[in-house]
Structure formats: structure tokens, C-alpha cells
Design a protein around this ligand. Structure first.
Ligand code: ZN
Ligand code: ZN
Length: 355
């Protein structure tokens, strides 16, 4: 599998050129070794993961490409480039800082450093369509997420702080086999729930609050992402209306997804419903994003993304309505694009749950 990824990337490399991969997720994608501060060098003839002493033992155990110990990354890579008579090295414009680029140019004497062929973009396109094994890991992470939601439903109560609930949720996921949290867990309640990415704090959950939970697990380096909003105590009419509008927008978007559709068209389906219900301007983020090794990958469902959906893409569908100083609602599922529709891999209940 990884060999095929290397081959594909190599197909974009002209004579006497190489790609230097510095993005951590891309290094994992092209070597099989996760969590390193390493670099992957792909030339027309070879592919090698460079890591320092801290990671070498772990890397050698799992990496499916050549793995070399280095104490001086760029000097050793320069030697390898020289040995293969490489004249141009392509770097990832998305992950190489100006400082790193200057350093590379200083050390790689006589070699052109180019961003003309954006190695990061090519790998990004490859990563957008997930393989069967990648999908299996994402599903496994989502299964933990669904179980965690059922668990936490029995634990959310007026009187507990947001922080307490978030911690409880994270602890459960770790016990169930999650390698960490997919991102910083969001648990916001009442007025705090109008902040789409609010941080759980010492606010006590009260009767009459909406509680929005946005969380995910990690399995084999792959992530899941789900949001549910539940009511603690009797919700007001307005809360019910907002909730049902978000749910309607989400269901319509889910029904519109299939292969070959422009991402912004899917966003528009949900946005039109929210705007049409009188909530224009309250859904200030995109409808969804791809998920994989990183929590936010491309393509995304938003007003600008012209990418077209392909089978195997794993994308979230997460419309929301946020009323400043009142409350917010978001409902998020993760789907796999199929030829004629999508497979929703999120199983958790979406009818308004009142605790
Ligand atoms: Zn989320
Ligand atoms: Zn998300």
C-alpha cells in the first residue's frame, strides 16, 4: 500500500529531481511510522525515512521504507541527493517555514529548492481518498466515539462543570482504546454553546442549558470527529426550533452527497435551509471537512471549495446555528462518499435528547 503511494508520488517527479517531505502526517503516510520529527526523501530510485536517535528503534520496527538514523538531517539528505545526482528538490510549501527553506537552500549547495511542484498538494490529493485499511481505522475510532457518547449521556447532569464532563469523556475514550483525543474536546453549555469552538471551563451546567459535545478518538493514527447537542432539563420553544432546523439542514446535506458533486454545492444545501428558516448569518463556518491522519484535511464542504467529491473521501457534515449570548446547536456526523450517495459511519442518536 505505502509502496504504491511512493510510486504515485514518484510519477510526478521529473528526471534528476526529488521530493523532501517534512509534514509530519505526510511522513507517516509515506513511511508507516507515526509521530516523528523526521523527514522522508523520495527520489526516482529510493525512498528513505530519516529520524533522530529518539525515534530510531520505534521507526525501524514499523517503517516500510528505508529508515536511517541521522544527527544532521539536512547534511545527510544533501549527501543522498548528491549521490543520486539530484538537481532539483521539491519541498512542501505548506509545512516548510521561511527559516527552514533558507536553511535548506544554504546546505543544499548546487541543488535548486523548488515549490513549483507542490509535494504537499500532491500528497494531500492522494490522502483525500482513503484506502480500505484507512477507513477501517477511522470506523474503529468512530465506534469508540459512539460508545463514549452513550456513556456520557448517563453522566451529564446539572451541577457538573463543563470541564468535568469533558475529562470524563476523554478518560472513557482512552480506556476504550483511543490513542489520545482526536483534538481538544469541546464541552460547552448554555451561553457558552454559542461559541463554535468554545473551551470547556468551570461553568456549571444548569437546567435549561444546551450542552454541545464535540469530540473524537484516534486509532492507528486515524481520527474521528462527532458533535452532539443535548438539552439538560426542558428546552424552550426557540431551542427546539433551532435544533430541528440544524437537524433538517444536516439531513438534507447528507441526502445530497454522492460522488461527483462540487463540495460547495453540498454546503449550500445546508446553508439554504438555515438561511431560509430565518437564521442567516448564524452559521459562520463551513459545513464540514475531511478527516484522516489530521483532523482537518481537504477537501471541505464550505462556500469556497470547488473540489469534487470522490468515492472514499471521509468528510464531516456539521451544520450549526449560534445565537450570541443565548445558545448554539451543532450536529456532526462523519460520512464516506460512495458512488451514489454516502455511508454515514456515525451511529449516535440525533433526535433531540433531553436529560
Ligand atoms: Zn467536531
Ligand atoms: Zn469537525
Amino acid at each position: 500500500m505505502i509502496e504504491r503511494r511512493i510510486e504515485k508520488l514518484r510519477g510526478f517527479l521529473p528526471e534528476n529531481s526529488a521530493a523532501l517531505i517534512t509534514n509530519e502526517a505526510d511522513c507517516f503516510y509515506l513511511s508507516g511510522f507515526n509521530k516523528s520529527e523526521g523527514m522522508v526523501l523520495v527520489t526516482r530510485k529510493s525512498a528513505c525515512l530519516y529520524v533522530d536517535f529518539r525515534y530510531i528503534e520505534a521507526a525501524r520496527a514499523v517503517s516500510v521504507i528505508d529508515t536511517k538514523l541521522t544527527n544532521a538531517f539536512l547534511n545527510d539528505i544533501y549527501s543522498a541527493l548528491k549521490a543520486e545526482n539530484v538537481k532539483t528538490v521539491f519541498v512542501e510549501s505548506g509545512s516548510v517555514t521561511l527559516a527552514l527553506k533558507e536553511k535548506i537552500e544554504r546546505i543544499f549547495k548546487g541543488i535548486e529548492v523548488s515549490t513549483a511542484l507542490d509535494a504537499g498538494g500532491i500528497i494531500g490529493d492522494m490522502r483525500a481518498v482513503k484506502s480500505k485499511s484507512e477507513i477501517a481505522l477511522i470506523k474503529s475510532a468512530q465506534e469508540i466515539t459512539d460508545r463514549a457518547f452513550l456513556y456520557i449521556l448517563g453522566r451529564i447532569a446539572a451541577g457538573k462543570t463543563e470541564h468535568e464532563v469533558a475529562l470524563d469523556l476523554e478518560f472513557f475514550m482512552r480506556k476504550e482504546g483511543s490513542e489520545g483525543t482526536a483534538f481538544d474536546t469541546i464541552c460547552v453549555s448554555g451561553k457558552n454553546s454559542s461559541k463554535p469552538h468554545g473551551v470547556p471551563g468551570e461553568k456549571v451546567i444548569e437546567n435549561g442549558d444546551f450542552v454541545t459535545l464535540d469530540f473524537g478518538a484516534v486509532r492507528g493514527g486515524y481520527r474521528s470527529d462527532m458533535t452532539r447537542t443535548v438539552a439538560v432539563g426542558k428546552p424552550s420553544e426557540k431551542m427546539i426550533t433551532v435544533y430541528n432546523t440544524v437537524l433538517e439542514a444536516q439531513l438534507a446535506a447528507l441526502a445530497a452527497i454522492r460522488s461527483g458533486v462540487s463540495c460547495r454545492e453540498i454546503d449550500k444545501v445546508a446553508r439554504d435551509i438555515i438561511d431560509g428558516a430565518g437564521f442567516e448569518g448564524t452559521f459562520g463556518h463551513g459545513l464540514g471537512h475531511s478527516v484522516g491522519i489530521d483532523i482537518h484535511e481537504d477537501p471541505s464542504f464550505n462556500t469556497r471549495c470547488k473540489a469534487v467529491t470522490k468515492p472514499g473521501m471521509v468528510i464531516t457534515v456539521e451544520p450549526g446555528i449560534y445565537l450570541e449570548n443565548e445558545f448554539g446547536v451543532r450536529i456532526e456526523d462523519m460520512i464516506i462518499v460512495t458512488e451514489n450517495g454516502c455511508e454515514n459511519i456515525t451511529r449516535s442518536e440525533k433526535k433531540l435528547t433531553v436529560i
